[in-house]
Design a protein around this ligand. Structure first.
Ligand code: HEM
Length: 120
């Protein structure tokens, strides 16, 4: 990776881990969507999220989870749910002092996953 890769801009593994921790706290406090995660093993979920963000941002990681389609089958995730989760990620990026251009570069990579995550 070049020093300016998105992965580096997010702070590498340490930065992505902290972003994920902020995100999980934010998610856990949101009564609109927290019920989706009632049966989730948070330690494993956290690890999968870190791996996924690493791969998406161009880091040299292996994502060991399911595809975005398979991971969200049967969850009946709505547009509002998706927007809420993205909102928590934006808040987490701000809490980690990630600049807006970097935030938007990451969101641009996640936004197309909408089709695989919602309404199925
Ligand atoms: C950009 C949006 C999203 C991304 C990148 C994303 C990413 C992920 C990843 C990486 C996993 C782990 C899959 C695995 O362990 O195999 C996962 C699982 C999951 N996601 Fe998402 N997700 C998104 C949106 C959402 C939304 C909007 C909801 C519902 C409010 C949601 C609910 C869940 C649930 C319930 C699981 C399963 C957790 C478990 O193992 O019990 N996700 N997601």
């Amino acid at each position: 990776n070049s020093p300016t890769s998105l992965y580096q801009q997010l702070g590498g593994n340490a930065g992505i881990s902290q972003i994920t921790d902020h995100f999980l706290v934010n998610l856990s406090q949101d009564k609109r969507i927290v019920h989706h995660f009632a049966h989730t093993d948070i330690a494993i979920f956290r690890q999968r999220l870190i791996e996924h963000l690493c791969v998406v941002s161009g880091g040299n990681c292996e994502y060991k989870g399911a595809s975005m389609f398979d991971a969200h089958i049967g969850l009946h995730i709505s547009q509002a749910d998706f927007d809420a989760v993205v909102g928590h990620l934006i808040d987490a990026l701000k809490q980690q002092h990630v600049p807006i251009a970097t935030r938007n570069a990451l969101l641009a990579k996640l936004a197309p996953m909408y089709e695989d995550i919602t309404y199925h």
